[in-house]
Ligand binder design. Structure first.
Ligand code: MGD
Ligand code: MGD
Ligand code: SF4
Ligand code: MO
Length: 681
């Protein structure tokens, strides 16, 4: 029995553990030891009682009959999915034996942990796991798949993940949702914007796909993929030329505005229109709207940065609020990510000091396919948790050839027998976050939240922290930190010198469930850029070989395939999570590829036709959605679908594993494909 789990029926506070900016406060109704209902907490100032469809149907996932409840070992060939039940003792002992042998033969760097944020809890995503692998001396993983290109670009301008407090955007008069499908991926920002709209705010969406967010906008601007920096520079051109800039702000709080003014002369509206596909008059209209409306707020999405030029693109867009002085207006500014505001004590949780070899190799998670096929310094074992690389990683066919290697010893810890787990030698059952103790920091709003377990562990499943404690014990690691309880780890993680977190600790969180960080406006604090100011001109960029001023850099033209391919997330899944749960699949129905009607006409494709999309890396088959939702030359899909459906929706079979310009980021949206109609329907 877990001492924190109440035996009583009732309603318990909780927090959504999914990798979503909204990080909702939840209320969980429990009857006879089981969760029967998941709702938004009406008192949570950001959630306000509303949650997405995905999590409202969470019980279907927690009690899905396919959920894993005991450890398994593989009995057939890799990928076939034949497993038999084993005990935890056998599982842990097998890992200890296999890894001890590997360490003797090839050193600990032959072992690679592979994880992401399937669970955003700090302890379960970057706590005991890090301690264990650092002490073991395993290869390090650079976790770059999501937002690193853009975060790095944003940092050159703003010094870190600092943006507007989203709650203040209730006052905003102009919202620009830029490369973000917020209706699906940040619904509470949409709810706030919707309220502001009742007070006269206008909503502009800039995207390559007129999806649910574009349809919701007052004004949708269609743009060619990878050209957002050009549009931003065109806006700057007009803002300077028409004296719509806030010169006092530029003088006081920025570096390089005079050079920038000269530099953007080359980005005249005609040039920019040719690059972006945005009509000249719309570039003028948007620039004037941005120059004349206050407060204005830009929500910078991850879509625009999953490109070859993603870093520079975000760096460039992030300069805009400074030009019009919006950082000093309540409700003005931008958010790419607010993650730096809630920085916790990661040194204490992760214990990098336990890693003996300081030059331990680092593997970028985006090139896991290449890395698994590399014969020089082979990866001989993988431990995968909080992540489903067989579906989510780029160059997916390469990843799967790698995972199928008979000589690779793979352990997968998950709630389900995911596509990745199908390739495992050992599969370990994971608890859901509702069964764990943890704390959470959002990368969008400013609340820290706590999770106390609401229900007992499902079957024999274990949390990530418990699995790594067991492994540490079996390896005989003596350090005290491997004995820390989850509660002790929360104390350690919140014991830090971040002034925003003052007064937030285990005790106060246990009482209040969520606490808002104390935060000054961006301008009251020295920005952690080299100059302490907003850097329109960045010397640091030149050291890395980039232009110091924001610039447009075209995408790599990787092949002659006629279409740019944008395989984005969908509404009812969370990356690949829920893509194996019937309820969510039913809500999403089928995978479609959106193409422009002129392209469709040329290819003889009609709405609803089955089409094949392919390139040198692979192929998939989807149903055509023909219309004007994308520009000619662009095709868009939504969702990372499970194979188990028997479909050929595996979009990452087509995506490149090139690395973006900055931060080692992914380039999911910079690939090219061909499209053809399939004869049978
Ligand atoms: N429902 C749902 N919510 C989610 C997720 C999910 O899978 N489903 N995933 C979560 C995670 S991990 C993340 S990182 C976020 C991601 O959520 P967002 O930040 O919204 O990012 P994406 O959905 O990847 O892409 C956003 C938009 O960018 C567009 N886009 C692609 N290329 C370009 C371009 O070059 N320029 C412009 N202007 N637009 C472009 C796409 O068409 C898409 O509409 O959402 C989180 N929330
Ligand atoms: N084509 C394309 N590919 C993409 C993207 C895209 O837009 N287009 N988006 C990319 C982005 S932004 C991201 S963030 C990645 C996300 O990729 P992943 O991090 O792989 O996200 P999920 O697919 O949600 O898989 C998370 C897994 O963690 C498991 N899990 C949940 N909680 C726990 C736990 O407590 N313990 C353990 N051990 N496991 C747990 C879940 O069951 C699930 O199988 O995908 C990337 N891939
Ligand atoms: S997935 Fe996002 S919107 Fe849905 S409940 Fe979780 S945090 Fe809220
Ligand atoms: Mo992500």
């Amino acid at each position: 029995m877990n001492e924190y789990v109440s035996e009583k029926n009732g309603v318990f506070p909780s927090v959504c553990s999914l990798d979503c900016p909204d990080q909702c406060g939840l209320l969980i109704t429990k009857e006879d030891g089981k969760i029967v209902k998941v709702q938004g907490d009406p008192d949570h100032p950001v959630t306000k009682g509303n949650i997405c469809n995905k999590v409202r149907h969470m019980t279907e996932r927690i009690y899905d009959p396919k959920r894993l409840s005991f450890p398994l070992k593989r009995v057939g060939a890799k990928g076939e999915g034949n497993f038999e039940r084993i005990s935890w003792d056998e599982a842990i002992e097998t890992i200890r034996m296999r890894w001890s042998k590997l360490i003797d033969e090839s050193g600990p760097e032959s072992i690679l942990p592979y994880s992401f944020y399937g669970n955003m809890g700090k302890l379960n995503s970057e706590g005991m796991d890090r301690r264990f692998f650092h002490r073991l001396g395993a290869s390090l993983l650079d976790r770059t798949i999501c937002s690193d290109a853009g975060s790095t670009g944003y940092k050159y301008t703003m010094g870190g993940g600092f943006g507007t407090d989203p709650e203040e955007t209730i006052n905003t008069k102009l919202f620009i949702f830029w490369g973000v499908n917020a209706v699906s991926t940040n619904m509470h920002q949409v709810a706030i914007a919707e309220k502001a709209r009742k007070n006269g705010a206008k909503i502009v969406v800039i995207d390559v796909h007129k999806n649910q967010t574009g349809r919701w906008a007052d004004w949708f601007i269609s743009i060619l993929p990878g050209t957002d920096a050009a549009l931003a520079l065109g806006l700057m051109h007009i803002l300077f030329a028409e004296e719509l800039t806030d010169n006092d702000f530029l003088e006081r709080y920025t570096v390089g505005h005079k050079q920038l003014k000269e530099h953007v002369k080359q980005y005249d509206p005609k040039t920019v229109s040719a690059l972006t596909g945005v009509p000249i008059e719309n570039i003028y209209k948007l620039a004037r709207m941005y120059g004349e409306t206050s407060p204005s707020f830009i929500r910078i999405g991850n879509g625009m940065q999953h490109h070859d030029n993603g870093g520079m693109c975000v760096r460039t867009v992030a300069c805009l609020p400074a030009l019009v002085g919006q950082w000093r207006i309540k409700g003005g500014g931008a958010i790419k990510s607010n993650s730096s505001i809630l920085n916790h004590n990661s040194e204490a949780l992760e214990r990098l000091d336990l890693l003996e070899k300081k030059d331990t190799r680092i593997i970028n998670m985006n090139v896991i396919g290449q890395a698994l096929l590399d014969k020089d310094q082979p990866i001989r074992s993988l431990f995968i948790y909080n992540c489903n690389p067989a579906i989510v990683a780029p160059e997916g066919n390469k990843v799967r050839v790698g995972l199928a290697r008979e000589d690779l010893f793979t352990v997968v810890h998950d709630l389900f027998l995911t596509e990745t787990a199908m390739y495992a030698d050992l599969v370990l059952p994971a608890t859901s976050s509702y069964e764990n103790t943890d704390f959470y920091t959002s990368y969008w709003h400013h609340f820290v939240q706590i999770q106390q377990p609401v229900i007992e562990a499902y079957g024999e499943s274990k949390s990530n922290t418990d699995v790594f404690r067991l492994l540490a014990q079996s390896f005989g690691f003596e350090e005290e930190c491997f004995k820390d309880s989850d509660v002790e780890m929360i104390h350690q993680g919140l014991n830090c010198n971040n002034p925003h977190l003052l007064g937030i600790d285990y005790k106060s969180l246990s009482e209040k469930q969520y606490i808002k960080a104390k935060r000054k406006s961006i301008l009251e604090e020295r920005l952690p850029t080299p100059s302490g100011k907003i850097e329109l001109y960045s010397e640091a960029l030149t050291i890395q070989g980039f232009p110091a001023l924001p610039s447009y850099m075209p995408l790599v033209k990787e092949s002659e395939h006629p279409f740019l391919f944008i395989p984005a997330p969908n509404h009812n899944f969370l990356n690949s999570t829920f893509s194996n749960n019937e309820k969510h699949v039913r809500l999403e129905k089928v995978a479609r590829v959106h193409l422009n009607e002129t392209d469709a006409f040329k290819l003889g494709i009609e709405n609803g036709d089955k089409v094949r999309i392919w390139n040198e890396r692979g192929e998939c088959e989807l149903l055509a959605a023909v219309g004007q939702n994308v520009l000619p030359g662009v095709v868009v899909t939504q969702g990372l679908w499970a194979d188990a459906l028997g479909t050929k929706y595996f979009v990452n079979a087509l995506t490149p594993d090139r690395i973006a310009d900055m931060g080692g980021g992914a380039t999911f949206f910079s690939g090219r494909v061909s499209v053809e109609k399939l004869s049978q329907n």
